[in-house]
Design a protein around this ligand. Structure first.
Ligand code: AMP
Ligand code: MG
Length: 341
């Protein structure tokens, strides 16, 4: 298939929206990562998204809307708490899991009777959804298992020839995927950490929002096994969290502990590996600016792939606030290959 490339002008958006309405696939920028969009109410279109990405079919899509009023079209019940979070964080990088209306195809929800909904703040994304006139189901626009795409170039590298069109917008400001919060129980539960933290959600709701306990556990990885095969003690409510994710082609090792010790250990390991003829790259972000780490992390992994690096040595960030969310991605990228120093 020949992939068409669009800019972000009004007429480009109209063409792209028409492709969505016709059941095609369009990759588009959002503030978090690039998304691969299809008409969320068209099961054939959504099925094509799974095929293009090579995504397991039990891993549901986030449905994107461009007006808070559209939440009503997707869910059977809007609670006061959903309203509060929508008012505080929409448009923005927050996804709410809510009871699904039967009109939403099972292929969109991965067979669940809940649906994940988000209203993005990126103007290109918002204009595309409005122009399409339908909610847009969109996972990240990468091949399944590869680092999430934060620029149009990353999308081309993975999906050129596999999808109908790509809207070439700016690089993503947030750089990690949205915070996913499950609103279907008595207490809201964060299923996937993002740039909006549980503390921020708790403040708005005036009560403590919980973290899905699996986010605090590390699955035991046996050598040579994919994360997927270790699910016995690892049953996240968010199906996507159990799959191997974000993997660079290189081996990746995370060093965790006191920063000075980490720096020393990484320097020594780099020396040792280089002596053996390996190409080594270091990923180290400032602990005090986890937002920058979020914005740049996936792009750095992809740059390492392009440079055909053999091993990536990465320094862990402090696991609080946004740092916790970045580390959630970093641990998975490294297949939980962690050295404590
Ligand atoms: P992605 O589209 O790649 O950003 O992934 C979407 C994430 O949202 C995955 O981790 C999904 O498992 C999660 N998700 C989507 N819909 C639901 C749902 N109805 N219940 C729980 N998690 C969901
Ligand atoms: Mg993804």
């Amino acid at each position: 298939m020949e992939t068409r490339f669009f800019g972000t002008r009004e007429e480009d958006i109209q063409h792209a929206a028409e492709i969505i309405r016709q059941g095609g696939l369009v990759a588009f920028p959002t503030e978090t990562v690039y998304g691969l969009g299809a008409d969320a109410l068209n099961p054939d279109a959504v099925a094509k998204v799974y095929a293009a990405k090579g995504r397991p079919s039990d891993n549901p899509m986030i449905v994107h809307i461009s007006s808070k009023n559209d939440l009503d079209r997707l869910t059977i019940e809007i609670t006061e708490e959903m309203k509060k979070l929508a008012d505080a964080f929409w448009p923005g990088p927050l996804t709410m899991v809510v009871p699904a209306r039967p009109v939403i195809p099972k292929v969109t929800t991965g067979g669940l009777d809940t649906v994940a909904v988000r209203m993005p703040s990126d103007s290109v994304a918002a204009n595309l959804i409005t122009a399409a006139g339908v909610p847009i189901a969109a996972p990240s626009a990468n091949l399944s298992g590869r680092p999430s795409p934060t620029s149009a170039r990353h999308v081309m590298d993975d999906l050129d020839g596999r999808i109908d069109a790509i809207i070439e917008g700016d690089d993503c400001r947030v750089g990690i995927e949205s915070t996913v919060v499950d609103m279907t129980g008595n207490v809201p539960v964060v299923l996937r950490p993002g740039i909006i933290t549980p503390e921020q959600l708790s403040r708005v709701l005036g009560k403590t929002v919980e973290l899905d306990p699996v986010l605090r556990t590390r699955p035991e990885i046996k050598r040579g096994q994919e994360l997927l095969e270790t699910t016995e003690n690892f049953k996240p409510k968010s199906p996507g969290m159990k799959y191997k994710h974000y993997a660079p082609k290189a081996e990746m090792v995370i060093y965790k502990g006191d920063r000075d010790k980490v720096l020393l250990a990484i320097t020594e390991e780099k020396f040792r590996r280089t002596e053996c003829g390996q190409k080594v790259e270091i990923i180290m972000f400032d602990d005090d600016e986890p937002e920058i780490a979020a914005r740049e992390f996936f792009a750095k992994l992809r740059a390492c792939d392009k440079a055909e690096v053999d091993v990536i040595l990465a320094a862990a960030l402090k696991e609080d606030g946004v740092g916790f969310s970045v580390m959630n991605r970093m641990f998975k990228s490294a297949g939980y290959n962690i050295v404590e120093v």
